[in-house]
Design a protein around this ligand. Structure first.
Ligand code: NAD
Length: 256
């Protein structure tokens, strides 16, 4: 019997923050659908771990260490993808950092700058270097990680909230700029998801878990596959008319 072709067979997907949490699960999901995956992370060891897991499962992946806030490193990471696999079809611009509950008047300028540099400028740099490669093969799909904090505010996280609102704006603008060139661009806004990032915060602030669960109408944290599935779908042909969209996946946090 002929083997069924998986949807992403022959396509190359780049995932930033692919060494952990949402990025790692999404990298594995792309690989399961047949994509060759470029796993980009500041943490080289964790990027390698994700790439090795993919290869052990019979897929193809390469790990690239890069800081998404540095133009030269993003350019090199995208270049590495193209050098290894000759094309770039999908990108999940997901690397990001949280910022801890500090009101604006007490927030350190360097923390604000760092959050914006990674979460917002990092996404802009990724788009900037991914687009020319996608245009070479007639188009592609980009999903940027925003957050429920990209569409609502929350006390104590001004830098994070501003960075994630910025990602929504970038996504909308990029979708307009590249609509005619076959590159679809969307944003995903996860609610509270059980990832190493949130596990770190829960250790610092144990009340946070109960507060997050109480604020989520579905009454629980989301799991990383619940985001990964949506990202892969947004990059699939089934989502061919979904463009410039900000998709919340949040157990109804933002419905309130
Ligand atoms: P995580 O900490 O588990 O993973 C983030 C990954 O990004 C790590 O591997 C880290 O090394 C990498 N990274 C950090 N800074 C980087 C940089 N400068 N360059 C390259 N890689 C870098 O976090 P996560 O919870 O999986 O978060 C992933 C994304 O989802 C982030 O953008 C985060 O803001 C967003 N998000 C998370 C949640 C949540 O509840 N976990 C909710 C909404 C949005």
């Amino acid at each position: 019997m002929a083997k069924t072709m998986r949807e992403f067979e022959g396509r190359v997907a780049l995932v930033t923050g692919g060494g952990s949490g949402i990025g790692q699960t999404t990298a594995l999901a792309f690989a399961r659908e047949g994509a060759k995956v470029v796993v980009v992370d500041l943490n080289a060891a964790s990027a390698e771990e994700t790439a090795n897991t993919i290869e052990k499962g019979g897929g193809q992946a390469v790990a690239v260490k890069a800081d998404v806030s540095k133009a030269a490193e993003v350019e090199t990471a995208v270049g590495a993808a193209v050098k290894k696999y000759r094309r770039l079809d999908c990108a999940f611009n997901n690397a990001g950092v949280g910022s801890m509950g500090t009101p604006i008047d007490l927030h350190k300028e360097e923390d604000f700058d760092r959050t914006i540099a990674i979460n917002l400028k990092g996404v802009w740099l990724c788009i900037k270097y991914e687009i020319p490669q996608m245009l070479k093969n007639g188009g592609g799909c980009i999903v940027n990680t925003s957050s429920i904090m990209g569409v609502t505010g929350i006390e104590g996280s001004a830098a994070y909230v501003a960075s994630k609102h910025g990602v929504v704006g970038l996504t909308r603008t990029a979708s307009l700029e590249y609509a005619k060139h076959g590159v679809r661009v969307n944003a995903i806004c996860p609610g509270v998801i059980e990832t190493p990032m949130n596990i770190r915060y829960a250790k610092i602030n144990p009340d946070l878990v109960a507060r997050n669960i109480a604020r989520t109408p579905l009454g629980r944290y989301g799991q990383t596959p619940e985001i990964a599935e949506v990202v892969v779908w947004l990059c699939s042909d089934a989502a061919s008319f979904v463009h410039g969209h900000t998709m919340v996946v949040d157990g109804a946090w933002t419905a309130q």
